[in-house]
Design a protein around this ligand. Structure first.
Ligand code: SAH
Ligand code: SF4
Ligand code: F3S
Length: 481
């Protein structure tokens, strides 16, 4: 565990005999809610659901912590750095509270309700409470539906609320639907969690501990939520799950439905033009799902399919349960079904025991597959995971060097992929205004951002765009007639 600036949380208590500041009791009417989101897309989705759960309580989402009545940090535990950020952010909030109370008469001090949610909350709830006395509430991802109840406890004078249980009831059953105003404000693309948790236990990963066992939502609930999104202007939905392609929900008759079945059902929603899904595991890429990419127009030709390493020895040590060869086989089947499919991946560099040869095998796999984009990370030892007990850790210097080499290769491939689309005409879904006047940003079917001169009214529309050039960061195109 990293050393963190403890004084930020504790000096006030030591140097000041006053009792600890309590959250200012809220009156009825509009209250300001600030949520800072870390980590993966599921946390982005969860943040929206928390805002939806608090909307009936009068909370309106604002863009900054200063002046908010409630601050929630929605945290990520995946790597050490991600978890560390939370304690420094709590330190900044502490300073903000102190500053706001500097010239205030004694007894008039104010303080927002401060909550830590998400995967760090789930993993180290008590530790957060101990190290950061400014925090009033700590709760894990399975407790978001209980937010109004937890706030009620604080309003009734309870000093601290800690909820990191994995409840037996389904949080999705009790989370309120998003209201139209919130959906419209969030734009024309949306996330929708269909599956949560993981039973795979890769030896490096905290997710099975922070998100719990695999759980799939029912088809009816997902279709309902998707319809509500589309009714309010959403054109593209990204289905989310830690192992989204392990989805196994039930239809109304109680029959099991896989992701291919769900995609087929979603395809019937009029106005839903694009469907994506993430993150997939190579072992769960069944033929029905692969075929969807060939046969269903709304299934986008893009897939994030993490492999982590190109070395079989490392894949075994990671407990990935697939080999380099079986991963490549899946890619070949995908490309046979949809030759233009763009592929993305995740890589972990410097897993314990990784040799130069293992690393070379990863580079070789990347050359063989060719990615349109990818994410790569230095291995970070996580408490509670089985790889944390391995003694053959790789030197940080070696990890840094290898990561840099891999990233040069991945960046080249990304640039080449983008370059290959220059001169093509692609369907672009316009998402929002660009930095310059009269400019919109949209995405191609391959998830590439494209800048186009086009009127604001086109947000939400899909138009053919001629891809003219590739700048330093993004593609530029012109409306094709
Ligand atoms: N469920 C997905 C992704 C889970 S986390 C999957 O199975 O691929 C997202 C990514 O974070 C992982 O794909 C992995 O590349 C990275 N990651 C997870 N744990 C890590 C660790 N301990 N150190 C470094 N990277 C890690
Ligand atoms: Fe983590 Fe592996 Fe599960 Fe992905 S499949 S969430 S990497 S344990
Ligand atoms: Fe992070 Fe939790 Fe997502 S650990 S990556 S926020 S599932």
């Amino acid at each position: 565990m990293a050393t963190l600036p403890k004084h930020l949380f504790e000096h006030k208590q030591k140097s000041n005999k006053k009792p600890m500041l309590r959250p200012t009791p809220h009156t009825k009417g509009t209250k300001k809610l600030y949520i800072k989101t870390y980590g993966c897309q599921m946390n982005v989705y969860d943040t929206q659901r928390m805002a939806d759960a608090l909307a009936p309580e009068g909370y309106v989402h604002v863009e900054q912590a200063d002046g908010a009545d409630m601050v929630i940090l929605n945290t990520c535990h995946i790597r050490e750095k991600a978890a560390e950020k939370i304690y420094s952010e709590l330190g900044r909030i502490r300073l903000m509270v102190d500053k706001n109370n500097k010239n205030v008469a004694e007894g008039q001090e104010t303080k927002p309700i401060i909550a830590v949610a998400g995967c760090v909350a789930q993993a180290e709830g008590r530790e957060i409470m101990r190290r950061a006395p400014i925090v009033d509430m700590v709760f894990g991802p399975q407790s978001y539906h209980k937010l109004p109840e937890m706030l009620g406890k604080i309003a009734n004078g309870q000093r601290k609320v800690l909820d990191t249980d994995f409840p037996t009831e389904d949080k999705f059953d009790s989370l309120p639907a998003a209201n139209p105003t919130n959906i419209i404000a969030r734009g024309v693309t949306a996330f929708l969690t269909i599956q949560e948790g993981c039973d795979k236990f890769c030896t490096f990963c905290v997710v099975p501990y922070t998100r719990g066992a695999e759980y799939s939502r029912s088809i009816a609930r997902i279709l309902n939520e998707a319809q509500n999104l589309v009714n309010n202007g959403v054109r593209e939905i990204t289905l989310l799950g830690q192992n989204v392609n392990a989805y196994h929900g039930q239809d109304d008759a109680g029959n099991a439905v896989n992701l291919a079945g769900l995609m087929t059902a979603l395809d019937t929603i009029e106005g839903l033009a694009r469907i994506r899904y993430t993150t997939s595991h190579p072992n769960d890429m069944d033929q029905a799902l692969i075929d969807i990419h060939a046969n269903q127009k709304s299934a986008m030709p893009y897939l994030h399919l993490p492999v982590q390493s190109g070395s079989n020895a490392i894949l075994t040590a990671m407990n990935r349960r697939h080999s380099r060869e079986s991963y490549i086989k899946v890619i070949e089947r995908l490309r046979a079904s949809r030759p233009d499919i763009a592929l993305s991946g995740d890589f972990i560099i410097g897993f314990p025991g990784e040799t130069d040869d293992d690393f070379e095998a990863t580079l070789d796999l990347v050359r063989q597959v060719t990615y349109s984009q990818a994410y790569s990370f230095k291995y970070s030892s996580r408490p509670g995971t089985s790889a944390a007990n391995l003694t053959n850790q790789v030197d940080d210097e070696v990890k840094t060097k290898r990561l840099a080499i891999l990233q040069v290769l991945l960046n080249q491939q990304q640039r080449q992929f983008n370059q290959n689309t220059v001169g093509a005409t692609l369907d672009i879904l316009f998402e929002r205004s660009g930095r310059e006047d009269g400019q919109l940003i949209g995405r191609s079917p391959y998830l590439q951002p494209v800048y186009v001169d086009a009127p604001t009214e086109m947000i939400g529309q899909i138009r053919p765009v001629y891809i003219e050039s590739l700048g330093n960061f993004a593609l530029k195109g012109n409306l094709a007639s």
